[in-house]
Write a protein that binds this ligand. Structure first.
Ligand SMILES: NC(=O)c1ccc[n+]([C@@H]2O[C@H](COP(=O)([O-])OP(=O)(O)OC[C@H]3O[C@@H](n4cnc5c(N)ncnc54)[C@H](O)[C@@H]3O)[C@@H](O)[C@H]2O)c1
Length: 450
């Protein structure tokens, strides 16, 4: 369903009216287009501590235009506030901030460049995980970055985003993959998030096809977010198996044919689903995306056992049963990447969705519980929690709730299936074993449960 307010607010007449009435004016977000070569098309500015130097070393692969700001040590041209070009991307390494007095460096660095941000600019702040700090002062300063980055994300305008990456010692080699996501339009709808990167031995070999040679399974792939995930994984080089219910066979076959993949018509709740899946996948899997999901909304007072059971069975039980079967059946390759489709409802709770929110929160717990076991073999498991995404599921919502879902976020609009798919494609890369047991929200910094 199209977002008519977004179109109106950006028309000549609508812009005047919306500005005169003081209404929010969300802007169309820049998305990744096929054929694009570099993650950043425009100027990147770096500053802060030692990790900025490591980013400078990979910057020529990220952009043709890199500058340093307030950091003489960097061997890149200096960006001058008011004179330099508009900025498409900013990286500030805050890992060296070691007490509360140091935090003023955040204000000193960001304030002069905020008015020079281009539309759909992307800001990344780097730090070290507070829980890994031996010294309490260091830990306090690093924890403070969360409040700062989430507030910055709320203040940015024109489709800009800000996110915080806590980079563990030894995880610096995985910065490139993360920055290719967080500094590019691939993360258009990800803002105000905090993620931790751990060391990971695997590396992407070819950035134009980071999933080449990897075999992926996507459940619920006939339409909506699942179809976008299958398309994006195939774009990045993966061989895809698309699974959906037998009733969706026609759409499934058409998409599989277009992507050069395989269609697998299967109800993931069928008693023999695990056996059928193992039989259909003799070569095993490098990527598993548990995307199939349903809603059956009712307030708890009116919730029927059928509604409760159906949602828990599809959304939570089936991903557990199938993952266990794939694991025990030896079908998960050593460095497999698993992603579970959770939801912001599972983080914040949502009226009328006690069954759905329980299932989605359960998936986040599933990722946390399985992460250590999978890490032992080099595999990883994460949850992606979309906010309001424009699909069949959200088109069926009552209009008032739908409008609230779209506007109550820092970016003031719903996301697209592609936004969720891009996050999953990044988490499915070999190097993304750096992220494990975490939940990444793709929600435009929805105010719900922020
Ligand atoms: N759309 C949103 O705003 C949003 C927000 C948060 C989370 N999500 C989650 O993202 C996922 C995809 O959502 P969507 O909006 O694309 O939904 P959708 O309803 O458009 O697509 C879901 C797909 O899953 C399939 N499916 C359902 N039950 C199945 C079963 N038993 N076996 C096999 N396939 C089955 C359906 O046939 C359908 O093709 C879901 O897990 C959903 O909960 C969506």
């Amino acid at each position: 369903m199209s977002d008519r307010y977004l179109g109106f607010a950006n028309s000549t007449l609508g812009r005047k009216l919306v500005d005169a009435l003081g209404l929010p004016r969300p802007v169309p977000l820049e998305r990744w287009q096929a054929g694009r070569l570099r993650p950043i098309e425009g100027a990147l500015v770096l500053g802060g501590g030692p990790l900025a130097g490591q980013v400078a070393a990979i910057a020529p692969r990220l952009t043709a235009d890199c500058y340093g700001f307030a950091s003489e040590a960097l061997e890149v041209p200096a960006w001058v506030a008011g004179l330099g070009p508009k900025l498409k991307a900013v990286v500030f390494d805050a890992s060296h901030l070691s007490d509360s007095d140091d935090l003023k460096q955040l204000r000193e660095f960001f304030q002069p460049l905020l008015r020079s941000l281009a539309s759909s600019a992307h800001v990344v702040i780097l730090g070290r995980a507070p829980e890994a700090m031996a010294d309490a002062q260091d830990s306090v300063a690093q924890r403070a970055l969360e409040g700062f980055s989430r507030s910055l994300a709320k203040e940015l305008r024109n489709g800009a985003t800000a996110n915080l990456l806590y980079v563990a010692e030894g995880a610096e080699s995985q910065l490139e993959g993360a920055l290719r996501f967080f500094l590019s339009p691939k993360s258009a709808f990800v803002s105000g998030q905090v993620l931790r990167l751990a060391p990971c031995a695997a590396q992407v070999q070819d950035w134009t096809r980071p999933l080449a040679g990897r075999h992926a399974l996507v459940t619920g792939a006939a339409r909506g977010i699942g179809a976008a995930i299958a398309e994006t994984l195939a774009r990045d080089g993966a061989e895809v198996t698309l699974l959906d219910v037998p009733q969706a066979q026609r759409d499934l076959d058409a998409l599989a044919a277009r992507l050069g993949g395989r269609a697998l018509a299967l109800d993931i709740c069928a008693a023999d689903a695990a056996a059928q899946l193992l039989e259909a996948l003799p070569q095993g899997l490098d990527i598993v995306v548990h995307n199939a999901g349903i809603t059956r909304d009712k307030t708890l007072a009116n919730m029927t056992p059928e509604y409760w059971d159906a949602v828990l069975a599809v959304n939570l039980k089936a991903p557990q049963v199938l993952t266990q079967a794939l694991f025990e059946g030896g079908k998960l390759h050593a460095d497999a990447r698993i992603t579970l489709l959770a939801s912001v409802s599972g983080i914040a709770g949502n009226r009328g969705q006690s069954n759905y929110a329980a299932s989605k929160a359960g998936l986040i717990g599933f990722a946390q519980a399985w992460a250590p076991r999978l890490a032992e073999q080099g595999a990883s498991i994460n949850a992606v929690a979309p906010g309001f995404i424009e699909t069949h599921m959200t088109a069926a919502m009552p209009m008032g709730l739908r409008e609230a879902g779209r506007r109550l976020s820092s970016l003031g609009q719903g996301g697209l299936p592609q936004d969720v798919a891009e996050a999953i494609a990044w988490l499915s890369q070999p190097g993304s074993g750096a992220v494990n047991g975490q939940a990444l929200r793709v929600c435009g910094q929805a105010l719900m449960g922020a």
